[in-house]
Design a protein around this ligand. Structure first.
Ligand SMILES: Cc1cc2nc3c(=O)[nH]c(=O)nc-3n(C[C@H](O)[C@H](O)[C@H](O)COP(=O)(O)OP(=O)(O)OC[C@H]3O[C@@H](n4cnc5c(N)ncnc54)[C@H](O)[C@@H]3O)c2cc1C
Length: 278
């Protein structure tokens, strides 16, 4: 049960959404956008979150788009993870999000909700960081499309009242060789101990991580190391371990030492699979 009352809005356009948000805000109250609503419900039930109103983005047509438009794949923020996988429009993203939660939950969990999750994992962001995806954001009367890499730093940096509308991927980045490897503590379904996604573009490996540090990341420094063919692969992996952007997570899913051990093995698998040298 949720212990507090809140207003529920389900606008059918971006303009109505902003109007609803401003209306709540003007009364000095807090409004929260939701897409699938699963995280909101979980956090509200356990009093980890409070809001006076929720604004459901599922009724906004732009947030439900999933199609090729000219040379771009456009994915609305309210599209479920299962729809992305089943569409097969972007196999790398489809394979990565298929590793999140169980099949029933993935019918509800949306890509916008996963990217903006309060949890540290946000695994759907990994392929998007690697293919230089853009995000379309709306605030007030303004809409802007910007490179995800320019607004994602540990989390998607949205300003108050800013809504993620869509994710846009250039079709030239859709069919690159990829690998997406996730290791969990017990079963296939579970938060990642380590999740690594990689693509090969212009003979260079691009790689992104979740579950390792307290946020998902892609790092130029790490990509320079993994692509340095003058160094044996095992030594490159040791160097990666020395150049992580912050300390390795140490929690109930896995100790720091265990995660480091798993990460080294996953990196070895990635390098082997992508034929990155001996
Ligand atoms: C059983 C289970 C297993 C899971 N396993 C994993 C896992 O292995 N890996 C992983 O990465 N995650 C995992 N998750 C976490 C899940 O991906 C997140 O909780 C995700 O936020 C749920 O998506 P949603 O659409 O229901 O989010 P919602 O509850 O709708 O929203 C989540 C957050 O995103 C914000 N938000 C939503 N839409 C927008 C928008 N359009 N613009 C701006 N902000 C928005 C909301 O305000 C809220 O803060 C798991 C969840 C469950 C239930």
């Amino acid at each position: 049960m949720i212990s507090f009352d809140f207003k529920y809005f389900k606008p059918s356009s971006v303009a109505e959404t902003i109007e609803a948000y401003n209306g709540v805000h003007e009364q000095g109250e807090k409004a929260l956008f939701i897409s699938g609503g699963t995280e909101f419900i979980t956090f509200a039930r356990t009093n980890k979150i409070y809001t006076d109103a929720i604004i459901d983005s599922k009724g906004i047509p732009e947030c439900n788009v999933l199609e090729m438009r000219d040379d771009n794949l456009v994915i609305g923020a309210a599209v479920s993870l299962n729809k992305i996988t089943n569409s097969n429009l972007f196999p790398f993203l489809g394979a990565t999000v298929k590793q999140i939660a169980d099949h029933t939950s993935r019918n509800k969990i949306t890509i916008g909700g996963n990217i903006n999750s309060e949890l540290i994992y946000k695994e759907s962001i990994l392929p998007l960081l690697l293919v230089d995806a853009k995000v379309k954001l709306a605030k007030g009367n303004d809409e802007r499309a910007v490179l995800l890499n320019s607004v994602f730093n540990r989390k998607l940096n949205l300003s108050s009242g800013e809504l993620l509308l869509q994710i846009i991927i250039d079709s030239s980045n859709i069919d690159l060789p990829y690998i997406s490897l996730k290791r969990t503590k017990f079963s296939k379904v579970g938060y990642p101990v380590v999740s690594v996604a990689a693509i090969l573009k212009d003979n260079r490996l691009r790689v992104a991580f979740s579950g390792v540090c307290g946020y998902p990341f892609r790092s130029d420094k790490i990509e320079n190391i993994v692509n340095d063919s003058t160094i044996p692969v095992v030594n490159r992996i040791d160097q990666v371990m020395d150049n992580l952007p912050s300390s390795i997570v140490d929690d109930l899913q896995g100790s720091r030492e265990y995660r480091a051990f798993v990460l080294k093995n996953v990196l070895l698998d990635v390098m082997e699979e992508m034929e990155m040298g001996e």
